[in-house]
Write a protein that binds this ligand. Structure first.
Ligand SMILES: C[S@@+](CC[C@H](N)C(=O)[O-])C[C@H]1O[C@@H](n2cnc3c(N)ncnc32)[C@H](O)[C@@H]1O
Length: 271
């Protein structure tokens, strides 16, 4: 990272003050949010979240969100996804080539992931050394593990084309920073869709980021604080923030964003 943006990050951190969010989570609130509002109003519809944007990210090798280790918060809070037993079905929306899917399948879960970019599916199976077959349905291409001990289906296609009829319903959902990759105008639709795919009494383990973007870099990841998640999923869910981690250093380096927190939420669907 260049020295000047790093110094700017550090200086900006100094002008922030600490407050509590509406869910009672301690956070550092920026002095002004006026710039963010302006950015959201002026952003062209779907500029950054269509399939060509993501294809370029994948073919250009700029998948900087990818983790080569199983997510630390998934490992710690995995029990929340176990609705009764290890056989529960788990949906991983906007999965990228996340190795969390293999980790969950190793535990006995039937895992279904979806990503709009086919290269993600190819790299996932190749890099994880999982044998697979590929087939097409009316709506999607599907890569499916042929290892009997590992139940993983990777759907290539647009999440917004999913329905229970097309892909089934699930006991649990692992949303690992996926909701913040969605165009902010579509997050309500996204939450509604996840709800429609989740069985009654199902659970969502959801990771989101809260940050202040003073740079005007207006592209994913988007800022989505816990109270906004609560607003999206509404009364149907009991929602609790289970963990909050400081991600300022990471966001400073990756995006020149001067302040960031990662939140992990439990969402339990009420009957
Ligand atoms: C920020 S990445 C998150 C990847 C993953 N959750 C992880 O933790 O590594 C967002 C991913 O969503 C995919 N994506 C974006 N819009 C999508 C859509 N409408 N349907 C399916 N996948 C989509 C992109 O191709 C990209 O791989």
């Amino acid at each position: 990272m260049k020295l000047i943006p790093l110094l700017q990050c550090i200086i900006r951190q100094k002008v922030h003050s600490s407050v509590l969010s509406p869910l009672g989570v301690p956070r550092i609130k920026p002095v002004s949010t006026a710039r963010r509002s302006l950015v959201f109003v002026s952003r062209p519809q779907n500029k950054y979240e269509d399939s060509s944007y993501w294809n370029i990210r994948w073919t250009g090798g700029t998948t900087i969100w990818h983790k080569w280790e199983v997510d630390e918060l998934l490992k710690k809070h995995y029990h929340f996804l176990q609705t009764g037993n290890n056989q529960s079905s788990i949906f991983v929306p906007l999965c990228g080539k996340s190795i969390d899917m293999k980790w969950l399948a190793d535990k006995g879960h039937a895992v279904v992931g979806i990503d709009i970019v086919e290269l993600a599916a190819q790299q996932f199976f190749t890099e994880s050394n999982i044998p697979f077959k590929k087939y097409t349905t009316d709506d999607f291409s599907v890569y499916e593990s042929t290892d009997d001990m590992m139940k993983i289906k990777f759907i290539v296609g647009d999440l917004f084309k999913c329905s229970v009829e097309r892909i089934g319903s699930f006991d649990a959902i692992w949303d690992c920073n996926s909701i913040i990759a969605i165009n902010p105008d579509d997050t309500k639709r996204y939450a509604k869709l996840l709800d429609s795919l989740l069985k009654s009494s199902g659970r969502i383990l959801l990771s989101t980021y809260e940050f202040e973007d003073l740079s005007g870099r207006d592209q994913p990841p988007h800022n989505l604080p816990p109270d906004a998640v609560k607003g999206l999923f509404g009364e149907k869910y009991s929602i609790a923030v289970k963990e909050t981690l400081d991600h300022t250093a990471l966001f400073c380096i990756k995006y020149q964003i001067p302040w960031a927190q990662r939140h992990l939420l439990y969402l339990s669907k009420n009957n």
